[in-house]
Design a protein. Structure first.
Length: 259
């Protein structure tokens, strides 16, 4: 049983990051289909590494304010291969630029990035860097980064449960992942993603979760109304919306001196 769960964890890490997973069995159909519960674990892994980079840069460059934030965000993007950022850009291009369901899905599958996607990507990265710049405590920043990355992946798992798959699963190279996520798997994902909230002051944590969930709701709603459900790109947009809004809300709450 432990080996099976480790294999599923390996699936999640291989799917959502560029980090190596030790087991060659990680891409079995059964393991991949049941790996969604560990998506937040992959996010936490990215968050921990990004938090370490932020803390080291803050200690090594005590006078710098912007550079540690840029390094932390940049490392997180590198660790995921810009997987979620690509989904955000494609989703915004398709949902905002298409006029029919077929046209929107076609735009989202196009590897080229359009004006809408470029602007959305720039704003998301800028907001995250700006928010981290306001977090001067390495411990607070670590908690915020880990919670943002973990819960953002949990938000994507929730979207997989609440929305139908909009495209043809048979045409996806990840057909097994789009099988129905089970209720208890969502609960596991939420618990894993929420664990780092213990590092944050309660009201700061609540602010981040509320605004993160509010932001993630909109790309999910737009996808439901405009293409009939989610795709992998939409999940990336949901993740990016939650992560960005969470960090901005945490920074705002800290700035307002909430206990």
């Amino acid at each position: 049983m432990i080996a099976r769960e480790l294999t599923r964890m390996g699936c999640a890490i291989q799917l959502l990051t560029r980090l190596p997973a030790p087991s060659p069995k990680a891409w079995s159909e059964e393991a991949l289909a049941r790996s969604a519960r560990y998506f937040p674990l992959a996010g936490l892994t990215v968050g921990v590494i990004a938090a370490g980079v932020f803390a080291f840069a803050r200690l090594a460059l005590p006078a710098a304010t912007l550079l540690p934030a840029i390094l932390a965000v940049g490392v997180a993007v590198l660790l995921t291969g810009a997987f979620h950022e690509d989904g955000l850009a494609d989703s915004v291009d398709g949902l905002a630029g298409g006029h029919t369901v077929e046209q929107r899905l076609a735009i989202m599958k196009d590897s080229r990035i359009g004006t809408y996607g470029a602007v959305a990507l720039f704003l998301a990265l800028s907001f995250r860097i700006g928010a981290l710049t306001e977090l001067h405590s390495p411990l607070l920043a670590a908690g915020a980064l880990c919670a943002a990355h973990g819960l953002a992946r949990a938000a994507a798992v929730i979207a997989m449960v609440t929305l139908p798959y909009a495209s043809d699963p048979a045409k996806s190279r990840l057909t097994s992942v789009w099988r129905g996520v089970r209720g208890y798997e969502v609960a596991i994902a939420i618990v894993i993603g929420a664990a780092p909230l213990a590092l944050l002051p309660p009201r700061v944590a609540v602010s981040g979760v509320v605004f993160g969930a509010f932001a993630a709701f909109w790309p999910a709603l737009a996808a439901k109304n405009l293409i009939g459900g989610y795709t992998g790109d939409v999940l990336g947009a949901v993740e990016q919306a939650f992560e960005t809004a969470f960090l901005v809300a945490v920074a705002a709450a800290v700035g307002l001196a909430l206990p």
